[in-house]
Design a protein around this ligand. Structure first.
Ligand code: UD1
Length: 435
């Protein structure tokens, strides 16, 4: 439940990156000793990954600072069941490590998801090129290989987890693997850095050509996860939307060039430091146009948040999505709050309005739900955002962090919702009818 209209002021700490943590946890399956991972964000997707590792027999211990010790030496099964994979597609990241280290893996085929089809053909084709025998049977990917062989793999679409899966598989393969048209996302680089510290021989991460020389064995290391650039970007937009002044600590501004350029264009004053970033925005934002593309271009994971910013900005902005075919579900919810948005193909045309009004809305996926929270921060009245488990997948303690910045936000216990919801629906209906 969020009461809009309060500018965000103050400072918060940015958490470790979800999209780094998940592949790095999978990378623990590549060695036989306890790995130590720090700056791990407390997120549902991380909990799911830990559950998956434990199910395989891996021992995972967590201290109060979310430092993880992952000991794969007790692994018993090379198996990722449908029940877990269906809740988190990134579970596919265990496929490459299991196959290359243990010679076999059985991983449920992820289904479609709310934002698009999201196939895994590139992961499977790459592993096949490295000599794996892969069958898809009864909804499961069943893969076997004696020892994978290095190969030249040209990925015809840039895929983040695809690149990560193949890079991990190649670390223990025989000979050299070259991944062309590789993803350049900072999280791929973070994973590569961790693998190199484990003894892998990798060159070119962060470019579109990664070369991996396979080694016989990897050893354990300690790795500190990179800060989350998408969480950083989300709070920057929150500050801009509410016309506030916010400082974000323990982050890496240089990973957000495309996002910062758009925020400046919208009128924000931004001061990046070495490990922090400050944003100040006192006037109404100007509309901006964004088009998503692989890193270093504008991230698809920030698209929904900029749609919310444009919704109340001066002028008309367009938001073009080129990565996922169905990533516009937040638009219908934003429209219910009074946003003026038209969808034409893969482009949302957003005509900024003076203000949004509270309405009960429903989260549909991780970043879409973030955009609803952002919109609620500036909407008049109290907005109830339902199905917030989507937010908990990717934002650590979002309500605590927003509270710290002065937002009026409260998490309602499950049992409270049926009571609160009709009241809010009624209030929203009155406001809408008056508008
Ligand atoms: C990762 C991120 C996600 C982000 C996305 C795009 C993680 C855990 N998740 O997801 O937050 O939104 O990158 O930046 O890191 N594709 C294929 N075949 C494949 C694989 C992908 O056609 O085998 C297509 C997808 O449908 C999509 C495009 O490639 O159109 C990019 O997807 P990909 O980079 O693979 O996304 P994820 O790695 O799943």
């Amino acid at each position: 439940m969020i009461e809009g209209g309060y500018p965000l002021e103050g400072e918060i700490r940015i958490s470790g990156a979800k999209n780094s943590t998940l592949p790095i946890l999978a990378a623990c399956l590549l060695c036989d000793e306890p790995m130590e991972i720090s700056n791990v964000p407390h997120l549902q997707d991380v909990t799911t990954t830990i559950e998956l590792l434990r199910l395989m027999g891996v021992e995972v211990t967590i201290d109060e600072k979310m430092r993880l010790e992952v000991d794969p030496s007790s692994i018993r099964r090379y198996f990722a069941p449908y029940d877990l994979v269906k809740t988190m597609r990134a579970s596919i990241l265990v496929l490459g490590p299991l196959l290359t280290h243990f010679g076999e893996a059985e991983v449920s085929l992820p289904g479609g998801c709310a934002i698009g089809v999201r196939p895994v053909n590139l992961h499977l084709d790459g592993l096949r090129r490295m000599g794996a025998d892969i069958r898809v049977e009864e909804g499961y990917i069943r893969a076997r290989a004696d020892r994978l062989r290095g190969a030249r793999i040209l990925m015809d679409t840039v895929s983040v987890t695809g690149t990560e899966n193949l890079m991990m598989a190649a670390t223990l393969a025989e000979g050299q693997t070259v991944i062309e048209n590789a993803a350049r996302e900072p999280e791929v680089v973070d994973l590569a850095n961790c693998l190199v510290r484990m003894g892998a021989r990798i060159e070119g991460s962060g470019t579109d050509r990664i070369a991996i020389d396979g080694v016989r064995k990897l050893h354990a290391t300690h790795h500190e996860v990179l800060p989350d650039r998408i969480e950083t970007g989300t709070y920057l937009v929150a500050a801009a939307l509410t016309r506030g002044h916010v400082r974000l600590r323990e982050t890496r501004p240089e990973l957000l060039d495309a996002v910062l350029a758009k925020l400046r264009e919208a009128g924000a004053r931004i001061h990046p430091g070495a490990n922090d970033i400050e944003i100040e925005m006192r006037a109404r934002a100007r509309s901006v146009s964004v088009k998503t593309a692989p890193y270093p271009a504008f991230p698809t994971d920030m698209q929904a948040q900029f749609t919310a910013l444009n919704a109340v900005a001066a002028g008309t902005g367009t938001v073009t999505e080129t990565i996922f075919e169905n990533r516009f579900m937040h638009i219908h919810e934003l429209q219910r709050m009074g946003a003026d948005i038209r969808l034409e193909g893969n482009t949302a045309i957003v005509q900024g309005v003076e203000g949004l009004r509270a309405a009960p809305v429903m989260a549909t996926d991780l970043r879409a739900s973030a955009s609803l929270v952002l919109a609620a921060l500036v909407a008049e009245g109290q907005t109830l955002v339902d199905r917030i488990y989507h937010i908990d997948r990717g934002y650590e303690c979002i309500e605590e962090k927003l509270l710290q910045l002065g937002a009026r936000i409260r998490r309602l216990p499950e049992g409270n919702r049926p009571v609160a919801e009709p009241a809010i629906r009624a209030a929203a209906a009155v406001r809408l009818s008056q508008a």
